[in-house]
Design a protein around this ligand. Structure first.
Ligand SMILES: Cc1ncc(COP(=O)(O)O)c(C=O)c1O
Length: 402
């Protein structure tokens, strides 16, 4: 007998997340005793605020350890509704919200509920790695649309208009953006929104997970505040992961038209059921309690953004668009590709990252999987000291290139 394990064909169409792969490599090196400075991680380096931890502890002590409704507790969904009203000036009913196991799972559910074979979904590039693979898993076709570096990686209405074809069913908007830190300004949203309004077959997935980390003055309005008529075909995806430094809690949420939210709940009911009851209690406190931590984190990220831009600006062969939000910089490193390391030109972003890891002990993510092969993603969700040490090490390593 010849035992053979056969995996489903769909696994051949996706690959492991490039960002998680870097996190794994950093953990492996550290376990082996190698000191690595991590500019790869996509998570805030802050602790979850005490008030949120305490809410979860209270929930445990009170025995909130059982299944909750699939879409989340009433307490949490009311907190989501209140947050959307307070922070985004958008009115949703509890029945138009769902709590999920992270923003990632909300996106997964939304894509699966909305799209299938033959459906094209526009994903502006550079994009967060998971959109493409999630859409492929849903059977849909990601339609990758370049956003020019000259416009600071911001999608413009003309490019969007030209990308819409007879099979286009969706558009993913992620502002501020992972990996570029680009953020759509009010004027961009006004123009892009007009195109969406003119194409009634288009559903918008608005990934707002970085919304609170915006450095250029007051936050731009939400697309739906500018175009309330798009509410019928928009799903908002958000999570407590980044905003409240709660990545490990795995708690996200979505808001949208009731039939879509209902479909996502049906899917969720057959996949994971409710997200963790303890995490839900923490998230309810996060969203409904005092929001004092956010400006503190925002100011720190702004300081680091400025510092990173200053250090990148001193590197020959490296150029970087000034990020308006999130906690990433996305420098172009193609000016280094001709430089030689171990007898061969660096050649591409992946080998540049390998060089930086080997010679500077600094981890970053190559741009290939974000559809930007000339770039690397640098996360500054790490301490000021780590940033200083990392850039000093990069400076020294670059002098060793031929
Ligand atoms: C653009 C974007 N959307 C969604 C997520 C999902 O975050 P989570 O599942 O931790 O809520 C991430 C995480 O890195 C992200 O960068």
């Amino acid at each position: 007998m010849n035992d053979q394990l056969r995996l489903a064909a769909r696994l051949g169409r996706i690959k492991p997340s490039a960002t998680l792969a870097v996190t794994t490599e950093v953990a492996r090196l550290r376990a082996a005793g190698v000191e690595v400075i991590d500019f790869g991680a996509g998570e805030p380096d802050f602790e979850t605020p005490e008030r949120i931890k305490n809410a979860a502890i209270r929930a445990l002590a009170a025995g909130q350890t059982r299944y909750t409704p699939v879409g989340g507790t009433l307490e949490l969904r009311e907190a989501i509704v209140a947050k959307l009203r307070r922070a985004n000036r958008l009115d949703y009913a509890v029945s138009e919200t769902i709590a999920t196991a992270g923003g990632k799972h909300a996106l997964y559910g939304a894509f699966h509920a909305l799209f299938g074979e033959g459906d094209e979904v526009i994903v502006p590039a550079p994009f967060w790695v998971s959109y493409r693979d999630m859409l492929v898993l849903a059977g849909a076709t990601p339609r990758i649309v370049e956003t020019p570096v000259e416009r600071g990686f911001r999608l413009d209405a003309g490019t969007l208009e030209r990308a819409i074809g007879p099979r286009t069913r969706g558009l993913v908007l992620n502002s501020p953006c992972n990996p570029t830190g680009a953020a759509l300004a009010r004027a961009d949203l006004v123009e892009i929104g007009a195109v969406i309004v003119a194409h009634p077959g288009l559903t918008v997935i608005s990934d707002d997970v970085y919304e609170m980390f915006y450095f250029e003055g007051p936050r731009p309005p939400h697309l739906l505040e500018l175009y309330p008529e798009l509410r019928r075909r928009t799903v908002i995806v958000n999570s407590v992961s980044k905003t409240y430094a709660m990545t490990g809690w795995r708690l996200g949420y979505a808001a949208g038209p009731e039939p879509l939210i209902g479909a996502m709940a049906t899917l969720q009911g057959q996949m994971t059921s409710n997200p963790s009851s303890i995490s839900q209690a923490g998230a309810a406190e996060a969203l409904a309690g005092p929001q004092d931590e956010i400006p503190v984190m925002l100011e720190e990220f702004r300081w680091r953004r400025d510092y990173v831009m200053q250090r990148l600006g001193r590197l020959d062969g490296v150029g970087c668009v000034r990020p308006a939000g999130a906690f990433y910089a996305f420098p172009s490193v193609s000016g280094l590709f001709a430089r030689r390391w171990r007898g061969a030109p660096l050649g591409d972003a992946a080998r540049t990252c390998e060089f930086l890891l080997e010679e500077a002990r600094v981890a970053m993510v190559a741009g290939d999987d974000f559809a930007a092969p000339d770039h690397v993603r640098l996360s500054y969700a790490t301490s000021r000291e780590a940033l200083r040490q990392g850039f000093d090490a990069i400076d020294r390593a670059l002098t060793r290139l031929d």
